[in-house]
Design a protein. Structure first.
Lengths: 334, 548, 370
């Protein structure tokens, strides 16, 4: 089990990591989710031992790792840029960690074949790194990190450089793979879909701190912080008055800050009935998203901008009413 | 774990101590000894005042500087396109061309001078015609280009090959012409190795001795020839030491500037970005090879022809080569045995240069902040100085200071390879430092996370990336040792340890066509030996890159 | 990158010394003072006292020194003393090194200091006196140091050489230094700079010995007659002189150059293609001496004795292209046939050379090169 406590790293006057506390149970997959520059990568590098700590400690099964150099930690780290050894072929890349473990050549060959099969690159042993596509390079990097069976596997934006469909596909593969291997994982990403798909628990980082940690569904339903909510794609943060007052009228929600998820709106007049709060406004902007439309609705009254997801078409300047689903409103910590 | 930490600290300090100790003992101390002895009499201020106050000395200093600068500029201008062709194109016999380009390096200057004068004769430039190059500064510059071409070709070429070619393709797609790509995309990334190669070429031209005297004629003098004249001919050690100080100051200033340039411009290449597969052929290949054939090939061809000439009788023969197996009276051994001796000195000299230079490179490249950074800078500059220091100063210094037990090694057999290694080390450092600076730190970290200890990382990542650089550096160290004359002749040796360049001088020092023919054959054999050795080292360097 | 080559001195004959009267007076005073000093000195080397068998004597030489292995084997057989040789640089470098390490020498005996550098070596106090019994067989005029700090071992002459084919009935080869200023010989001579070359310096000294204070006028005339100057011997001999394909038929070289041209000819020839102007020669005598502070002074003395034996002296000509100093030595046939020994070569006192050399060469540079 990985235990991080009070971890602090500063670069000059900028605090990259601010008193981070985090636990990852053996076999658990934890995703660190956050915008670029929030300190995710620094967290991984600190755990790996590549980054000297200014304060705090990193423990594995209770043992302080402070004196243990990088190469003896038995952790795996897959870099965002993959950092493959470009002057060696695929097999040599994957076998590198095994050689460091002094595994014999037949054993290495067997394990390389096995791991390459696992990541879907069977038969790629002799390929030169120069000839790999982005997705293939990513899998080789993953295979290289997995091969030595590290006690903790850290993935830094492993799918970062891929196009959307490949990304979705590989996210799924990665999820299955990590479950199958049963390895303990710390997975850094800026993509919440990826984080939710892969992780048992998600920690949302903001400016060097963990703002929210929990199961993916908990975080989705109960982001607690406006910043977390916004990062998850829900910018509709309003302050609810004592009597439920909001700029456009009333809302069936407790007083204090609250977030209205973008999928909380149903076009009024549709068959579902009209038992929730209602908001009316003018469409300021429409964006087509394939299976839905995303509108910016300027409320009237109140002149408040809401992001609304709607399966039905709409046009700019339309005047529309929406019923707000109270179960998709979450109160935020003030 | 304080013991553990102490141990690791010691391991980190070991290369610093070893390299620093080596250079202090075999370079700084001897040089310091000579200068102290020379300046001790009348005091440094008076001597330096005399040297700098004299108009003729000032003009010597000025000539030394400008001819070195022009030689460097010319060499870079001529060899840079060829370095690009060698880095970006693949053609048959490429490795051979690369190895052959190194051979001028081992040629003693009398031989080179003979080759150039032969060329001037053949093209009617030796005087009598409208244009005469004999005893002109042009002859000096041409010879310096000839000598140093390989330095730029190989150091810059090795670095160039390690750069990501796709960036250049990208720029082409963005609408840049070939020239613009070179200027805006290649040159900035290449400037560290160009700075490094220029520094070497400058220092070599700066301390040029035989070329200046023989090709430049008796009216031209450089600081180097003046040091020799004052220290040896006039036994005026004070003036010699004053000039040595001036030389040292100029060299330190130059190297400091060049290193700063090299460091500032060094950019790590993106990870996972091997150069695109090289093209088979490209424009300019023929032009470059043609130019190379003229610059390097013609003088060498003159020597080969002379080595085959059957004396004054005319016609051609292999007699001069077969004669190398027989001892002539003037020499303690056969010319062939002298070649063998040269090899015996060059191998340990190159190994020593590689060991010390390699350790020094790590210190320089890894220098972090504070003290380690300062040490790195000092090493970076200090290790290049031997190239810019007069062989006379070093030779006399060895005699002066290395004379008390337990290090009375003045007459030891080790002195020769050590002296050669001191000159070879700058080549190793100046080739490796720019190459290792292109290694992305992520790649090292990746290896480290995968369980490679720091030492293992050096072997598995740095050495592989720099394998060609190691080969290039070792090749130069080897060639420098094979061809070294000045310091070797100054070190007291047993006659049976005669080296090939020394034998060559003895053969050329007595009249007789047979001796001259054998000298030419020996020069050609020396070149062939160098080409083979460099070829083998390149082969090693190239295979190390791809192999598991 | 390279040093100029080690000069090889060469040549023979009873020298007529060009010594001015006042110098003779100075020399007499010097001898007297030296004898007094020597009498007070306890450093005199004695070779016969102890058993030196099993010891090693170290011989320092310039790079051009070489004798057959059998020669030193004979010495070891006679005395039981092993000889270790250490060679470095040219004669100038050798003396410079020995001067710097005077008192802490690298060896026991130094061989290869010639009369142009002799005074410098004596001034450095690098030698201990030793008078070898072998000197009995050496003509007196070879002994330049009355204190016997150095012992003459061989000699050679620096002389003008000419390319035989270039001369004939219409124009005979030059027969004197005077001839060289004759317009008939315009553009024919190549010399080496005395600043960087040992034969170049010797030739300058020859002209000074010949013309005295008029030497500057002589060189101005040579300059006006188109003399060419190179830095070193190779460049002159193989670059400008006809032997290497150059177009100048007169060069400053050695009296032993013609025999070398025969011995190392290709294809073989009976007569050398070059000749010597015997009236232009400057004598260079090479000396050996026991180094002050030598570890094995007895062995050093024995080696110097050996250098004056026929075994050593007969071996010298073909290995170093110089001439033996003892009268009983036998010259090899090539030398007998082709070497011409000047009957009255030029020479200057070592002390005068030492004090004047820099002034002379500075002046020479101004006259000839500027």
């Amino acid at each position: 089990m990985l235990t991080v406590s009070g971890l602090t790293v500063a670069f000059g006057r900028v605090t990259a990591l601010d008193r981070i506390d985090l636990e990852v149970a053996t076999g658990e997959v934890v995703a660190i989710l956050g915008p670029s520059g929030c300190g995710k990568s620094t967290l991984l590098r600190s755990v790996a031992g590549l980054q000297p700590l200014d304060a705090g400690e990193v423990r594995w099964d209770g043992e302080d790792l402070a004196g243990l150099p990088v190469h003896r930690r038995d952790f795996g780290l897959m870099f965002q840029e993959h950092a493959l050894f470009s002057h060696r072929d695929v097999a040599a890349n994957v076998a590198f960690g095994l050689r460091m473990q002094k595994m014999d050549a037949p054993g290495r060959r067997r394990r390389v074949r096995e791991v390459l099969g696992l990541v879907g690159l069977a038969g790629f042993e002799e390929r030169e790194i120069a000839t790999l596509s982005g997705g293939e390079a990513q899998r080789v990097a993953l295979a290289r990190s997995l091969a030595p069976e590290p006690r903790l596997l850290m993935l830094d934006e492993p799918l970062g450089s891929l196009d959307r469909p490949r990304r979705d596909e590989l996210t799924e593969e990665l999820r299955t793979l990590l479950r199958r291997v049963g390895v303990t994982v710390l997975h850094v990403t800026h993509d919440h879909d990826e984080a939710f798909a892969v992780a048992d628990r998600v920690a949302v980082m903001q400016s060097g701190r963990i703002a929210r940690i929990g199961a993916p569904a908990d975080i989705w339903h109960d982001p607690r912080h406006a910043g977390v909510a916004r990062f998850l794609g829900h910018p509709n943060v309003v302050t609810v008055g004592d009597d439920g007052a909001v700029p456009w009228g009333r809302l069936a929600a407790p007083a204090g800050p609250a977030v209205l998820r973008a999928d909380a709106f149903r076009r009024a007049g549709s068959p579902a009935g009209e038992d929730g709060s209602v908001v009316t406004g003018v469409v300021a902007d429409v964006r087509f998203r394939g299976d839905r439309f995303e509108l910016t609705l300027r409320t009237d009254p109140g002149d408040f901008e809401l992001l609304v997801r709607d399966p039905h078409p709409a046009a700019a300047a339309d005047r529309l009413s929406y019923i707000i689903d109270p179960t998709r409103i979450a109160s935020l910590d003030s | 774990m304080p013991a553990d930490r102490l141990l690791r600290g010691l391991a980190g300090a070991l290369p610093v101590v070893a390299v620093g100790g080596f250079m202090a003992l075999f370079f700084a101390w001897p040089i310091g000894g000579v200068i102290a002895r020379g300046l001790g009499g009348t005091g440094p201020a008076a001597v330096l005042g005399d040297v700098l106050g004299s108009g003729s000395q000032r003009s010597v200093i000025w000539f030394t500087l400008w001819q070195a600068a022009v030689s460097t500029a010319l060499t870079v201008a001529v060899a840079l396109p060829a370095a690009g062709a060698m880095a970006r194109l693949r053609f048959r016999g490429q490795r051979l061309v690369r190895a052959l380009a190194t051979v001028p390096f081992v040629l003693p200057t009398v031989v080179v001078a003979a080759a150039f004068e032969g060329l001037f004769d053949r093209f009617g430039l030796a005087g009598g015609g409208a244009v005469s190059l004999r005893h002109t500064v042009w002859a000096i510059l041409m010879a310096h280009v000839f000598f140093n071409y390989a330095v730029v070709l190989r150091t810059v070429g090795a670095h160039w090959a390690a750069l990501d070619a796709r960036v250049e393709d990208q720029a082409r797609v963005l609408g840049a012409s070939r020239l613009e790509v070179f200027r805006r995309v290649v040159l900035p990334r290449l400037s560290p190795s160009i700075a490094a190669a220029s520094a070497i070429v400058f220092l070599f031209s700066f301390t040029s001795f035989g070329v200046v005297l023989v090709l430049g004629g008796p009216t031209r003098a450089t600081i180097e020839t003046e040091i020799y004249r004052y220290a040896v001919v006039r036994l005026d050690l004070a003036t010699a030491a004053g000039l040595a100080v001036v030389q040292l100051v100029a060299v330190v200033a130059l190297v400091a500037v060049s290193n700063a340039l090299e460091r500032r411009r060094a950019v790590a290449e993106p990870v996972s970005s091997p150069a695109a597969a090289p093209r088979r052929r490209g424009p300019g290949l023929v032009a470059n090879l043609g130019l190379m054939a003229v610059i390097l090939g013609l003088p060498v061809a003159v020597l080969v022809e002379r080595s085959l000439a059957a004396g004054r009788g005319g016609g051609y023969t292999l007699r001069n080569y077969t004669a190398m197996a027989d001892r002539v009276n003037l020499l303690p051994d056969t010319a062939l045995a002298a070649l063998g001796n040269s090899l015996m000195f060059a191998a340990p000299a190159a190994a020593l240069a590689l060991a010390v230079g390699g350790a020094a490179t790590l210190v320089v490249v890894r220098a972090g902040r504070g003290a380690s950074r300062r040490i790195g800078r000092v090493f970076d500059i200090g290790l290049t100085l031997p190239l810019g220091t007069s062989a006379v100063t070093v030779g006399l210094g060895f005699l002066l200071v290395l004379n008390r037990p337990p290090i009375d090694i003045r007459t030891s057999l080790l002195v020769v390879p050590i002296a050669h290694a001191v000159v070879g080390i700058p080549f190793v450092v100046r080739t490796l430092v720019p190459m290792l600076r292109t290694v992305n730190p992520r790649t090292r970290e990746a290896a480290s996370v995968l369980g490679a200890s720091p030492r293992r990382v050096r072997r598995e990542v740095d050495l592989r990336v720099a394998a060609r650089g190691v080969a290039v550096g070792a090749g130069f160290a080897f060639a420098v040792s094979l061809g070294e004359f000045g310091a070797t002749s100054f070190i007291p040796r047993r006659p049976e340890t005669l080296t090939a360049p020394l034998a060559l001088f003895r053969l050329l020092g007595t009249p007789g066509e047979a001796l001259r023919g054998q000298a030419m054959a020996l020069a050609v054999a020396l070149m062939a030996l160098t080409a083979v050795a460099v070829f083998v080292m390149d082969l090693w360097g190239d295979t190390r890159r791809g192999v598991f | 990158m390279d040093r100029p080559p080690a000069p090889i001195p060469i040549h023979p004959g009873a020298p007529r010394r060009m010594i001015r009267p006042w110098l003779r007076a100075v020399a007499v005073v010097a001898v007297v003072l030296a004898l007094i000093a020597a009498a007070c000195s306890g450093d005199r080397v004695d070779s016969s006292a102890e058993d030196l068998s099993g010891t090693t004597v170290t011989l320092l030489t310039h790079d051009s020194f070489y004798v057959s292995p059998e020669t030193f084997e004979a010495f070891t057989l006679q005395t039981g003393i092993e000889v270790e040789q250490l060679a470095s640089g040219d004669a100038g470098a050798l003396v410079a090194q020995a001067c710097l390490t005077a008192g802490e020498p690298l060896g026991d005996v130094l061989f290869g200091i010639d009369n142009t550098f002799l005074q410098r070596g004596l001034d450095c106090a690098m030698f201990d006196p030793y008078e070898s019994p072998g000197l009995a067989g050496v003509p007196d005029h070879f002994e330049l140091d009355p204190e016997h700090r150095v012992t003459p071992v061989d000699f050679g002459d620096v002389c003008l050489n000419y390319w035989v084919e270039a001369f004939g009935d219409s124009l005979p080869p030059p027969s004197s230094l005077d001839d060289l200023t004759d317009p008939a010989y315009a553009g024919m001579l190549v010399v080496q700079s005395p600043e960087t070359s040992s034969p170049g310096l010797a030739f300058l000294l020859a002209t000074i010995a010949r013309y005295g204070d008029g030497w500057e006028r002589y060189w101005a005339a040579l300059r006006d007659n188109g003399v060419a100057v190179t830095a070193g011997w190779e460049d002159a001999y193989y670059g400008e002189f006809a032997a290497g394909g150059g177009d100048r038929p007169i060069v400053v070289s050695y009296a032993s150059s013609p025999p070398a041209e025969v011995i190392y000819s290709d294809p073989p020839v009976d007569e050398p293609p070059t000749g010597v102007v015997t009236a232009s020669c400057y004598r260079q005598i090479e000396f050996a001496g026991v180094l002050a502070g030598a570890g094995n002074p007895g062995g050093a003395a024995a080696l110097i004795d050996f250098m004056l034996t026929e075994t050593f002296q007969n071996d010298v000509p073909l290995n170093m292209f110089v001439f033996p100093v003892i009268e009983s030595a036998t010259l090899p046939p090539e030398f007998v046939a082709h070497a011409q020994i000047a009957e009255d070569p030029f020479m200057l006192e070592p002390a005068e050379v030492e004090t004047q050399r820099n002034a002379w060469t500075d002046r020479w540079v101004e006259i000839v090169l500027r």
